[in-house]
Design a protein around this ligand. Structure first.
Ligand SMILES: [Zn+2]
Length: 441
């Protein structure tokens, strides 16, 4: 008998890779943070002696969700500025409140609130863009969740940096150098958008990104007004400007992409640019619906993100994945446009690929990190079960997520967060609500 840390025995296991496969009564074996074997349970019990045997007899086990785009700390602004289009939401709601209240302490508490919500709803990795990214990284490490920490770059002064140049310099030492080769943290540069960046800053960014060999992510073609405004101001669509500035390549993650021309879609496919699709944020801000079936058909890798809780207003990837699947069908008139299996793949392995982590996470395969989530399908709304993937994508709620492991660590155990004191966290969140509320009317 071979010793291992954990043997998980779910009723169903959906590995995502290979695709469209459901394993019944299999054991998933974890050791030293990684998946070491997937085999029929009877064989697993003969071969392995686990320190922990975890039986989940009415549950489906799958790779933890990869939230390809969020602003974790903005969870403290959930519901603060609703029912506004993007431009006024930013200019009248979010940016003035951030100017008044963003601090290291706010980012710490907001990121913790987001991590609690993400782990509770099955997310094991998130891609973030927010001020004080060194605090985001530190908080992710403290609560042991995997993160792609995007270091923000914006032309105007913020609580974190005076200008774009200072952002890049601070980010390089505090985040990119400090977390190089960290097992849980990857990093990237996150210029906010083309409208919040000068050409000079993009040129400087290109040099930094090449020197440090870190990817870039940016909000791009989110609204029709963004594209029209860029044409008027610069004579170029945002994507054309990025391409001319040398920012377009396979390590670019373009967030939103609601409005792309046919030639832009072809250019995305050709250059390997990834897309983070954030359907509920796009709907709530009335930005439109990204035609992801067109992008996928062209060969573009499309992942799913929630965006921040200030524009969604949750970080629940189950709901986001369902919305993506339903919108793809409704907007194309083709009920097979995005199947349940394809939606789950977008929310897991495609996200891993978009972050450059597909060799490490995103599927249940021997050798990968043990980043896993488990959903209880015994709830009335998920019964009876013909196909566990169908129930996961079309019926499951966040409160059915029973267990989450990140790098083998049992972070959610039968619905209970093992690392987070939620009473204390909620008390701090409410203190922040009082502060933010005092600056918004
Ligand atoms: Zn965003």
């Amino acid at each position: 008998m071979q010793h291992c840390d954990t043997l998980i025995a779910p009723r169903w296991c959906v590995p995502v890779e290979p695709s469209d496969v459901v394993l019944i009564d299999h054991g998933v074996v974890l050791n030293d943070g990684r998946i070491i074997d997937i085999l029929p349970l009877t064989e697993a019990r003969q071969k392995y002696q686990p320190s922990a045997f975890i039986e989940r007899s009415e549950h489906v086990l799958f790779p933890g969700f990869v939230n390809a785009h969020t602003h974790a700390a903005m969870s403290l602004m959930r519901g603060m500025a609703d029912d506004m289009p993007l431009e006024s939401w930013l200019n009248e709601g979010i940016w003035p409140a951030e100017k008044r209240w963003v601090s290291a302490e706010m980012v710490r508490d907001g990121t913790e609130l987001a991590i609690a919500e993400m782990i509770s709803s099955g997310t094991t990795c998130f891609s973030d863009q927010y001020f004080f990214p060194e605090i985001v990284a530190e908080t992710a490490v403290d609560f042991q969740i995997r993160a792609m920490v995007g270091t923000p770059i914006i032309e105007f002064p913020t609580a974190w940096a005076e200008n774009a140049s200072e952002s890049m310099n601070k980010a390089s030492t505090l985040v990119h150098d400090a977390y190089a080769d960290h097992p849980l943290i990857s990093t990237c540069f996150a210029p906010h958008s083309t409208y919040a960046m000068s050409d000079e800053s993009f040129v400087e960014l290109r040099v930094f990104a090449d020197q440090l060999d870190v990817p870039i992510q940016i909000h791009l073609h989110e609204t029709a007004a963004e594209v029209a405004g860029a044409l008027e101001k610069t004579g170029q669509r945002p994507f054309d400007r990025l391409r001319d500035l040398g920012i377009v390549n396979a390590s670019l993650l373009a967030v939103h992409c609601v409005h792309l021309s046919d030639s832009e879609v072809a250019a995305f496919a050709e250059s390997g640019v990834n897309i983070a699709h954030c359907p509920r944020s796009n709907l709530k801000l009335a930005s439109g619906i990204a035609p992801i079936t067109r992008y996928r058909d062209a060969g573009v890798n499309v992942a799913i993100g929630t965006d921040g809780a200030a524009s969604n207003n949750t970080l629940d990837m189950l709901s986001e994945m369902r919305m993506a699947a339903l919108l793809a069908k409704g907007t194309t008139g083709d009920a097979s446009a995005l199947s349940a299996n394809q939606a789950l793949r977008m929310a897991t392995l495609n996200g891993a690929q978009a972050l450059g982590l597909a060799h490490e996470i995103g599927s249940i395969e021997a050798g990968k990190w043990a980043d896993l989530a488990c959903v209880d399908l015994s709830h009335i709304n998920s019964q009876p079960v013909y196909d566990p993937v169908s129930q996961l994508v079309y019926t499951a709620r966040a409160d059915q997520v029973s267990d989450v492991w990140i790098a083998g660590k049992h972070q959610l155990d039968n619905g209970r967060l093992t690392q987070i004191d939620t009473d204390n966290l909620l008390a701090r969140s409410n203190e922040w609500r009082d502060r933010f509320a005092s600056s918004v009317n």
